[in-house]
Design a protein. Structure first.
Length: 287
């Protein structure tokens, strides 16, 4: 077996090369410095970028098609407060039947484009009875209950180390910048732990009691694998949840994805102000 430095690229690295090449052919201008993943009902922010250029996931090799309502399936390139930005307007999920490599392909593409700081957003269920629909939560940590990792399988040091440290998966400076932007915009922002589950069914009341016992404050069906993949590639990560419903046994009434999207859209103005202020702050740090 040849030394690691002489080993051929893995399939992950080769797929990344294909995807990045296709994206670069379609985008003119400076490469992005900041990335955002826009979750259910939050994709409208991508359409607010200055000098907006869109690349459909369907036009990028190895990118899976977004099939869930509220996930339009585009890379959005442009500027916010003068900062070159790329947004993933929607994502794909494990519960859609995609392998984990396909689920994280988009964030890996952003990393290969040179993005060194990504904010991953999602719609989530709140686990605390004192919380309300529409609350915003900066993620301090996560619990991966999906049963999978994007790093399992053949190791390739050209993508990232075999055993990445996840002690500070969610960057404290990124979170501080989120809180600063929230104060300036007059937006209330909580802190909490996000539990990532497989889905697609919503959790039972017993499962919610378990998650609360484990220390989770919110639960959703995305984010954790993306964060693992980004940290593996050395990208700084922040997380932001929009609490679009109170989880089973915490709130009242049936849980419905249409309500999730509607709640997220209702916060669009405040989210735009928050994300714009955050990008302006992060952009001051330089490349």
């Amino acid at each position: 077996m040849p030394p690691i430095s002489q080993q051929p690229p893995s399939s992950v690295a080769l797929r990344l090369e294909d995807s990045v090449f296709a994206v670069k052919k379609r985008v003119v201008g400076p490469l992005p410095r900041v990335g955002l993943v826009l979750g259910s009902g939050l994709g409208g922010f991508g359409d607010t970028l200055a000098s907006l250029a869109k690349v459909a996931y369907d036009d990028v090799p190895h990118m899976a098609t977004a099939g869930v309502p509220g996930h339009s399936g585009h890379f959005c390139f442009g500027r916010v407060a003068g900062v070159p930005v790329v947004c993933m307007q929607g994502r794909v999920h494990l519960y859609e039947g995609y392998a984990v490599d396909r689920v994280v392909q988009g964030v890996r593409v952003m990393a290969r484009l040179g993005v060194r700081c990504v904010l991953v957003t999602n719609a989530a269920g709140g686990l605390a009875p004192t919380w309300s629909r529409g609350d915003l939560m900066a993620i301090t940590d996560h619990i991966n209950l999906t049963g999978v990792s994007p790093l399992a399988g053949v190791d390739d040091d050209s993508v990232g180390p075999r055993f990445p440290d996840m002690t500070a998966a969610y960057d404290g400076q990124i979170r501080a910048a989120l809180h600063d932007a929230a104060r300036e915009a007059g937006v209330a922002l909580r802190d909490g732990v996000y539990a990532g589950v497989l889905g697609p069914q919503y959790e039972t009341p017993a499962e919610i009691r378990m998650l609360r016992t484990l220390g989770a404050d919110a639960v959703g069906m995305s984010t954790v694998c993306e964060v693992i993949a980004l940290r593996h590639m050395g990208v700084r990560v922040g997380g932001l949840s929009c609490i679009t419903n109170l989880a089973a046994g915490v709130g009242t009434g049936a849980l419905d994805h249409a309500d999730v999207q509607a709640t997220a859209r209702a916060r669009q103005g405040e989210l735009t102000a928050l994300l714009t202020g955050w990008i302006a702050r992060i952009g001051q740090e330089g490349p």
